[in-house]
Write a protein of this length. Structure first.
Length: 292
């Protein structure tokens, strides 16, 4: 574990002012008794390399959101298996090796998805439908494979731009189909789980009103503000399970904190249940009963 002296961390992206990551991380470090500072910093793709290079030794690591999850790759000395597989890195750990600074990259989005679903007793899914084709979709594909998915259907506004996801699915061990994001595509899908990676401002509800998909599938919507999302509202009217993206956000952040504290996303934190409860309270998670 790094020394308990003050260390610097930040979440980078553009825009970034809306990020809940500082609340989550600050709550965790308070419970852990760590005097660490975690900020939100607006950094563009063009400014990423200079920002990383200028960090002093007090900096311990970074969280990354769009559009930086792909851009960070060339700056890293090592990437974990999930970062390599998805091509998406959302966590960077700074360390020293032989007097030289080392940057290790990790993907905690995959684990965040799997853990969020597990909370609602969703641990398997044979056919998964993924809405959207961005960086989070790549992590959703690998998460689907970890759930045992035999087939993944990707629905994208521009199917030709989603072709890069095909190899990720094959490498992860699942077959894939790429369809346009239209009402007719929904009508032919027989998925037990839908993972929406569309932004919260998207309005796909019009595509779903004539569809029976909510009656056949559970939903994880990575959007969480406002909540319920348009999709969340539709699924809530059915008897299927709905998981807010805030659960994914919390769990991917918990795995990041494991990395920053233990240098290992698989190694639990001291008194982790208390840490997790503090993180949930910090963002007023609607899926968490207030009695907790």
């Amino acid at each position: 574990m790094p020394a308990a002296s003050t260390r610097r961390l930040a979440v980078l992206g553009s825009p970034i002012a809306h990020s809940l990551s500082p609340r989550l991380h600050d709550a965790a470090y308070a419970v852990l008794g760590l005097d660490w500072r975690y900020d939100a910093v607006d950094v563009s793709e063009n400014d990423l390399a200079p920002f990383v290079e200028e960090r002093s030794d007090e900096w311990l690591g970074l969280s990354l959101t769009m559009p930086l999850k792909h851009s960070i790759g060339p700056l890293l000395d090592h990437r974990d298996e999930l970062s390599v597989l998805t091509g998406s890195t959302n966590t960077v750990l700074f360390s020293r090796a032989g007097g030289e600074r080392r940057l290790d990259g990790f993907n905690t989005d995959v684990g965040g998805i799997v853990r969020a679903l597990a909370e609602k007793s969703i641990s398997t899914a044979r056919h998964v439908a993924i809405l959207g084709a961005g960086a989070t979709a790549a992590s959703a594909i690998v998460a689907a494979a970890q759930l045992g998915a035999e087939h993944v259907t990707i629905l994208a506004r521009s199917p030709e731009k989603a072709e890069g996801l095909r190899q990720i699915a094959h490498t992860a061990g699942t077959s894939v189909a790429i369809l346009p994001l239209t009402a007719s595509s929904f009508d032919v899908i027989d998925a037990s789980l839908v993972i929406s990676t569309l932004p919260g401002t998207a309005e796909p509800a019009v595509l779903l009103r004539a569809s029976t998909l909510p009656a056949r599938s559970d939903l994880l919507d990575v959007a969480y503000h406002p909540w319920p999302s348009a999709l969340g509202t539709i699924w809530t009217a059915s008897d299927r399970t709905v998981v807010s993206g805030l659960r994914m956000l919390i769990h991917q952040a918990l795995l990041q904190i494991r990395i920053f504290v233990n240098a290992d996303p698989a190694l639990p934190l001291p008194d982790e249940s208390t840490v997790l409860a503090a993180m949930e309270s910090s963002v007023s998670d609607p899926d968490v009963p207030r009695a907790r």
